[in-house]
Design a protein around this ligand. Sequence first.
Ligand code: SAH
Ligand code: SF4
Length: 420
Amino acid sequence: MNFHDSERMSGVLAQKGMREASGAEDADLIIFNTCSIRDKAEHKFLSELGRIKKLKKKNPALRVAVAGCIAQRMGEGLFKRAPHVDFLIGPNNLHKIADVQNWEGRSAALEENPELAGTDLPALRKKKPLAWVSIMFGCNNFCSYCIVPYTRGREVSRPEENILTEIEGLAAEGFKEITLLGQNVNSYRGKDGQAGLPELLEKINGVPGIERIRFVTSHPRDFSDALIYAMASLGKVCRHIHLPMQSGSDSILAAMNRRYTAGQYIEKVERLRRLVPGAAITTDLIAGFPGETEEDHKSTLKAMESIRFDGVFAFKYSVRPGTAAARMEGQLPEGVRARRLDEILAMQDGITLEKNNALLGAELEVLVDGPSDLAPGRLTGRTSTNKIVVFDSTPAIKPGDIIAIKITVPGKHSLCGKPV
Ligand code: SAH
Ligand code: SF4
């Protein structure tokens, strides 16, 4: 989501005649687009911000803007903490970057009005043939650990006709794969309040030129049968769902305010697997939430063993100021959180490797993304189930093609293969 917000700000600046600098040293304006989701992201930003200080000493005309969730959370206090910051732009105010050349002295655009977030912006996309498209902004869920509802504000859906117009334009420009973005895309509501994500997917499925459709993130409570049917019946919707489970313990899920039980989660996964055979399922897990006992942690490992996810993004619980979980008793020492995280990651490593090994010799349909960052000279693409595949390039293969690859070397993070 942040990557796409950066594309949107770049698009506005390009319209104003500004160009991307070759590096920080050549820039007249440096924008940090920031994330508050965990403490580590904030630390990383603050240390990067410190490094920019000396550039400003060398070039007093340089302007420094901080956009995104840290700007919203820290507000004008950031000016005191880092006097070399000139502008603050909250995540619902990204359109204000258009005025940046006219701003004088210190300025802050931190309006919380959620409607503002939906302002259509001309994104400058960097990942062709893949495109992200925002369909909603903000979040109403207030999971007890999470800062997002405080920084991005209340949930707003973008009008369906704006989304479709943007996607038709992307198809005309040669984009092939669309990923719909929102904190909780399952609660998308069209203009009349009736049409939801399944109806939106059906319309996008009818856009000529678009080959694949993905969507993130789904909330298990709102992951409906209608959406499962849409995944089963719409040919362009990928066979992959990212469905954050967070914990396998019912008491921890309740304390997190997730409003589902581990059993309900597993039921939905089973339903999906019945109706969309071969669907890949990935998840997010938090290790060491306040009050998590060894038993609770074992329930998470047990759930992982039984579900066998295709991939897991796991994080140590991080205290976010102002959230309900920050005030809970039973905050766990760093060492316990780290050890539980390691156990989760080790268990998943084994499962991923087994699942990837099972694909040895398989012929998989891959949409070609472009040159591989990890294997110079080779190409990379992804399967409908979102597995990364690396293969030798031939002059005939172009980004955006969908080709068959035979898997010859399954790895932990990607699969290597040969065009068939
Ligand atoms: N709206 C999405 C994504 C939220 S942020 C969702 O509900 O899934 C992505 C992930 O960051 C979350 O799923 C959660 O696992 C993790 N996360 C959020 N706040 C966190 C915190 N305070 N500490 C550790 N992980 C956190
Ligand atoms: Fe945060 Fe929960 Fe909203 Fe996701 S659904 S953004 S975890 S509050």
